[in-house]
Design a protein around this ligand. Structure first.
Ligand SMILES: [Fe+2]
Ligand SMILES: [Fe+2]
Length: 202
């Protein structure tokens, strides 16, 4: 490899360490996704819905996966990518990641509506709707996280200019500090759900 290429790669590897925060959050979101999938499978088997746990799942999705993670990506990483990284940034972010974030919000709204309807009238078809929306969300998030980890983050890390990249990290770290208490509370709930739906089945 030419020296320039080596330096570029090394810079990318070093920088990647700094964006680990988003990748670590993906691991927690995937834990939540596993719990959703397992809860959906149990609903499929017993034809009943654990309403309280589903409300907690929706809250963890909205607060942790969306407010604390997706909105951080959108405001602090994707915005500079859109401003600076031209057509590829536009394709990856505006027509890719941002669309998927909106789709995830739509699936969660649909899940909540199906849950509200089930509470009023708990039918078998109502259970089916809840399972369907829960699995839509789970499948979308798995693909989304994989694309960000393998393509979007490495691209941003490699291509954003140094000063912009430093600002991204500074903003993200500040955001983490401001929201530390809420983050810890949600992580505890995500672990509780994972313990109840996944680990206890192993
Ligand atoms: Fe995302
Ligand atoms: Fe993400």
């Amino acid at each position: 490899m030419a020296v320039g290429g080596y330096i570029r790669k090394k810079k990318g590897v070093e920088r990647m360490k700094n964006i680990d925060l988003l990748v670590e959050e993906h691991d927690c979101i995937l834990k939540l996704v596993e719990s959703i999938e397992e809860a959906a499978f149990q609903m499929y088997e017993i034809h009943q819905v654990p309403v309280e746990d589903l409300r907690l799942i929706i809250d963890c999705i909205r607060t942790y996966a969306d407010n604390l993670h997706h909105q951080k990506e959108e405001r602090m990483l994707f915005e500079p990518m859109l401003e600076i990284l031209g057509d590829v940034g536009e394709k990856l972010v505006r027509y890719g990641m941002n669309v998927e974030h909106d789709l995830a919000r739509f699936y969660v709204r649909s899940l909540e509506e199906a849950l509200d309807a089930y509470e009023i009238n708990p039918t078998g078809k109502g259970v089916l709707q809840i399972i369907g929306h829960a699995m839509e969300y789970a499948n979308l998030l798995r693909r989304h996280v994989d694309k960000e980890n393998r393509v979007v983050f490495p691209f941003a890390v490699r291509e954003l200019p140094g000063d912009v990249y430093e600002k991204v990290l500074k903003n993200m770290n500040g955001f983490q500090t401001e929201n530390q208490t809420l983050i810890q509370e949600k992580l505890k709930q995500i672990c509780y759900l994972h313990q109840k739906y996944v680990e206890s089945q192993e």
